[in-house]
Design a protein around this ligand. Structure first.
Ligand code: 5RP
Length: 223
């Protein structure tokens, strides 16, 4: 199966975690797009979704799925999202689509995080994928130095010749060369650096379940 087919497989499989009558939390990315497309088949059974990005909101609405503001919904039973990396404990690196802050916000108001990913995302230790960090632009130079002190090389993410601007109006640093051996400690450390909006390590909001698309079918990992 191609990577695209594996993404479609897990996107479809995630429907089993959507509770009829309840609003569902929806992530961002190409795997989630497959889930959103599959969710259209259940749109008459759910009130709608809370979305983690402008892109997912547009896709949901185009399919006739109502989108609620996070502030208007107290708690979600489930949040479904992809990952750039996931380890054997359910810790993830996310933010390849620059939506990490809103993803963490919606994940934080959800009782369960269901990660949908193809098997290429499963890693022994986090850190090979360039770590996305959303930052306030005036702090960029200092944050690049702080990552350098940890052995990382941080670069501003560009799009169309200019720094990419996130849905929140901020910039993204991508950091290579890090070995994230203590995901919880690393997330706590970087998140308190002034100017960091969100670091793309999801350890405090780790996955509860991962639906992993493999050539042998969907493997369910419970953490
Ligand atoms: C977006 C994300 C995505 O979940 C992550 O980048 C995985 O994306 P894809 O499903 O396209 O591989 O964190 O900010």
């Amino acid at each position: 199966m191609t990577q695209d087919e594996l993404k479609a497989l897990v996107g479809q499989a995630a429907l089993q975690y959507v509770t009829p009558g309840e609003i569902v939390g929806v992530g961002t990315g190409s795997t989630v797009n497959k889930f959103i497309d599959a969710l259209a088949s259940m749109k008459d059974q759910i009130p709608g979704a809370v979305s983690s990005s402008v892109a997912s909101t547009a896709r949901l609405q185009a399919l006739g799925i109502p989108v609620f503001e996070a502030n208007d919904v107290a708690e979600l039973s489930v949040y479904i999202d992809g990952a750039d990396e996931i380890d054997a404990s359910g810790h993830m690196v996310k933010g390849g689509g620059a939506a990490l802050t809103r993803e963490k916000i919606v994940a934080a108001q959800s009782r369960r995080f269901v990660c949908i990913a193809d098997e290429s995302k499963m890693v022994k230790a986090l850190g090979a994928f360039p770590l996305p960090v959303e930052v306030i632009p005036m702090a960029t130079a200092r944050l690049i130095r702080q990552f350098a002190a940890l052995g990382g090389k941080a670069q501003v993410r560009f799009k169309d010749g200019a720094p990419l601007v996130s849905d929140n109006g901020q910039h993204i640093l991508d950091v290579t060369g890090l070995q994230i051996t203590d995901p919880l400690g690393f997330e706590s450390l970087v998140n308190q650096w002034p100017g960091v909006v969100t670091v793309g390590v999801f350890a405090h909001q780790k996955a509860s379940v991962c639906l992993l698309g493999t050539s042998a079918g969907v493997k369910t990992l419970v953490f």
